[in-house]
Design a protein around this ligand. Sequence first.
Ligand SMILES: NC(=O)c1ccc[n+]([C@@H]2O[C@H](COP(=O)([O-])OP(=O)(O)OC[C@H]3O[C@@H](n4cnc5c(N)ncnc54)[C@H](O)[C@@H]3O)[C@@H](O)[C@H]2O)c1
Length: 335
Amino acid sequence: MNKKIVVANIGMKFGMSHVEGAMSYGAEIGAICDCNEENLRFAGERYGIPEDKWVTDYRDLLDNDEIDVVTVAIPDQQHKKVACDFLRAGKHVLCEKPLALTREDVEEIIKVSDESGSKFMVGQICRFTPSFEKAKEIVESGTIGEIYFIESEYAHDYMKLCDDWRADPKRHGVIGGGCHAVDLIRWIAGDPIEVFAYGTHTLLPMVEYDDATIAIMKFNDNLAGKVFVSTGCKRDYTMRTVIYGTKGTLICDNTSPTMTLFTTDEEGVTLPAQTIEIEVNNHNAAKEFEVFADAIINGKDILTDAREGAKTVEVCRSIVEASVSGKIVKPNYNF
Ligand SMILES: NC(=O)c1ccc[n+]([C@@H]2O[C@H](COP(=O)([O-])OP(=O)(O)OC[C@H]3O[C@@H](n4cnc5c(N)ncnc54)[C@H](O)[C@@H]3O)[C@@H](O)[C@H]2O)c1
């Protein structure tokens, strides 16, 4: 592709971060879309996008040959319909997480994505968070040895954020927000083969699902993990993550300017903690878009493609099922 990438951004709340990501890459904004005119106007004026590029119905963009790439940031329940419509129209699609809320929907997105010949990316943005990129690099360097335990949490106060489409029981907090922590540990440690979980419901009476869930998981005989999700918590947003290895331990977060690294000497004795300074950027939309554009232009594979997004949703759904049934659940990765 020699010409400038032309992007249409659908959904103008969190989706404004995709406008910023595309702009920082140097792409052209071919259209912005929101069914709410107020939100559309706010975004259009904020980014200086001419009014003739403001659209309230995304279907008006399906036949627009100028547009190469579409970003989708609308309620999770609509991801399948809108992402598949654009894939069928020949557009490359960057769709927000979680990929979808049901097995049927993720399977359909995979099918349409496979058939389309277009690039498809799920916005698992934690994979572009500087502290987590650094954590992945340290683990792969062997500095902390073999991982035997990994834990991550997603604690985010949704008190004022869950009386809309987020109240849908299918949009359980573990799937909607907790998918970040699940995706992160899958990226670093691989796919868990079994999960078990307990949930509590004390802080968000307006939703029908648990607002706190603790899940434990087995990856293999030598590796276990834990994910804690609280969407009613009384604290600042955090995704505190600890990776325990046979030669060291790493403590990091997406909201902290430092990471802590413990290593060992030749006899296995723990050395004093090292502090690593790191940029705080928990929504690195610029890097996300850059990776997506690079895959489109240079024909590269996308790590967080539809199947990868589906596997993260599958683990989240298994956690919810385990917490409701009181039984160990084995995620089914057969997509
Ligand atoms: N990556 C992250 O960290 C992160 C953070 C927040 C939200 N999200 C995801 O982004 C998506 C949007 O979340 P949000 O917080 O912006 O939700 P929101 O409800 O605050 O905003 C959604 C926007 O989309 C518009 N919209 C809804 N249906 C539409 C349609 N069919 N066509 C055009 N516009 C439509 C609404 O009018 C609204 O302006 C969700 O999938 C959510 O899970 C991701």
